[in-house]
Design a protein. Structure first.
Length: 450
């Protein structure tokens, strides 16, 4: 799904999320490279219907192929594979949602063309240090049919586009929301160089009994409750901690990020200043960590570009060739002196920017999809690009101005807005998927067919 980082920004400007959606496929490639193959396909009748989804069906062979894709992903992440019955039900539920999204995409006329799919597969291969042929060989050596992997990738791109159109484009974040987020969680967003931590240990003896573990955990949770209720961490540490820094109020001092103890390394990146963690279990007992202070990396200036564009989307009527030819004609008119803004208002399919003559305002690094940013960065000020393609269609782009801008407050607000949009988008997408499922006719036949 694509997340637009600026209020009112067009969806095409959002960082491209479908590679992230493909990370299971990426993990699959890595897993197979480590010799983790899928489970063998069942010898049962593979054409049996295991679910009816509106006017469509999920068949046994499709379920088995999906399981074969899922197991290496679980192995690669170090996640225990659920019992077969539970795994089949979970995978079937995912397939039902997949079919429902495909049905909705078909209603809306959304498709993934071969060029986009090929580009995505090349990207997956490249991130694994492989050619496309090598990726295919690696997958098939592990028992995964390349065609199954290919169609799974297509499905993920399609779901990403569908969710962007149905959900994400409607997400808005107000300035007051950004202000409130920064007041609460600004320290989560900054790039950290050093952190100062405080620590309380509720110790366990060697080879503790279950009763001793339970008492220690209950005590640790009670201390967390007191600390979050306003108790002074240093005072509680002096009185209650079994750690060797108890008399220093549990102060562990400053750590470079690479030197943070492994037990709390994740917390060092995520705790806000003043925040107290949940109890963490180790062989020595239960640990409570508080983020006392954070030293941030000095912000670097960023190059911002003021640009405008004209977008032509492709569909069943407008082909890639049609869109490119139309933009070539518009570019020729611009080079011959016609006004870019006037042509953008009359021709661009990006309605948000078209009303402003194609204006995008000042664009920060990372605000646009890679294809757009690469083209923009390569252009001289005043130049008008040749037509080029992104996941959202075909563009011509004109760079109007560049400047160096302090990354401090602006970047912090941008990160806050992105975090809020991701949070809202995740919640809205879950609700949308539930509604899609609730409104559908779904009949599960798994139990009687397996």
């Amino acid at each position: 799904m694509a997340i637009s980082p600026n209020r009112g920004a067009p969806a095409w400007m959002a960082p491209r999320r479908f590679p992230r959606g493909m990370l299971p496929g990426l993990a699959l490639g890595l897993a197979l490279a480590l010799g983790m193959g899928p489970a063998p396909i069942s010898a049962q009748a593979l054409d049996a219907i295991v679910a009816v989804v509106n006017d469509d069906v999920v068949v046994q062979s499709e379920l088995e192929r999906e399981i074969a894709l899922v197991i290496p992903q679980l192995n690669q992440r170090g996640t225990a594979v659920p019992p077969p019955e539970q795994l089949r039900k979970q995978v079937l539920d995912r397939l039902i949602l997949k079919h429902l999204q495909q049905q909705r995409a078909k209603e809306l006329g959304l498709k993934v063309d071969e060029a986009t799919l090929e580009e995505a597969l090349q990207g997956i291969a490249g991130r694994n240090g492989l050619s496309l042929d090598e990726l295919k060989a690696t997958l098939e050596a592990g028992g995964i049919r390349f065609e199954d992997f290919r169609e799974d990738t297509r499905s993920q791109i399609l779901s990403s586009r569908l969710q962007n159109q149905e959900v994400v484009r409607k997400i808005q974040v107000s300035e007051p929301e950004v202000d409130r987020f920064l007041a609460r969680e600004a320290s989560r967003l900054i790039e950290r160089e050093q952190v100062r931590l405080q620590h309380i240990l509720v110790a366990l003896p060697e080879n503790p009994t279950p009763e001793q573990v339970k008492r220690a955990e209950d005590k640790a949770r009670g201390l967390v409750g007191r600390l979050r209720g306003g108790a002074d961490f240093a005072e509680v540490a002096v009185r209650e901690s079994d750690g060797r820094n108890a008399l220093e109020g549990g102060d562990l001092g400053w750590f470079e990020m690479g030197a943070v103890p492994s037990l709390v390394s994740d917390l060092a990146y995520t705790l806000a200043e003043g925040e107290v963690s949940e109890p963490l279990r180790s062989p020595s007992g239960f640990h409570i960590i508080r983020m006392r202070e954070i030293k941030a990396a000095a912000p670097e200036d960023v190059t911002q570009t003021r640009a405008r564009h004209i977008l032509i989307r492709t569909n069943e009527i407008v082909s890639d060739a049609d869109a490119r030819q139309r933009l070539l004609q518009l570019r020729e008119r611009i080079l011959n002196g016609e006004d870019f803004a006037t042509l953008a208002r009359a021709n661009s399919d990006d309605t948000g920017s078209a009303l402003k003559g194609g204006e995008l305002g000042w664009v920060d690094p990372g605000n646009t999809v890679p294809e757009f940013e690469e083209q923009m960065n390569a252009m001289a000020v005043g130049a008008t690009s040749e037509p080029f393609k992104s996941p959202f269609g075909w563009h011509i782009l004109q760079v109007e101005e560049r400047r160096q801008q302090s990354a401090n407050e602006d970047i912090l607000r941008l990160k806050a807005r992105e975090a809020l949009q991701r949070r809202k988008a995740e919640e809205a997408t879950e609700e949308w998927l539930r509604q899609l499922r609730d409104e559908a006719y779904v009949e599960i036949r798994l139990d009687q067919d397996t």
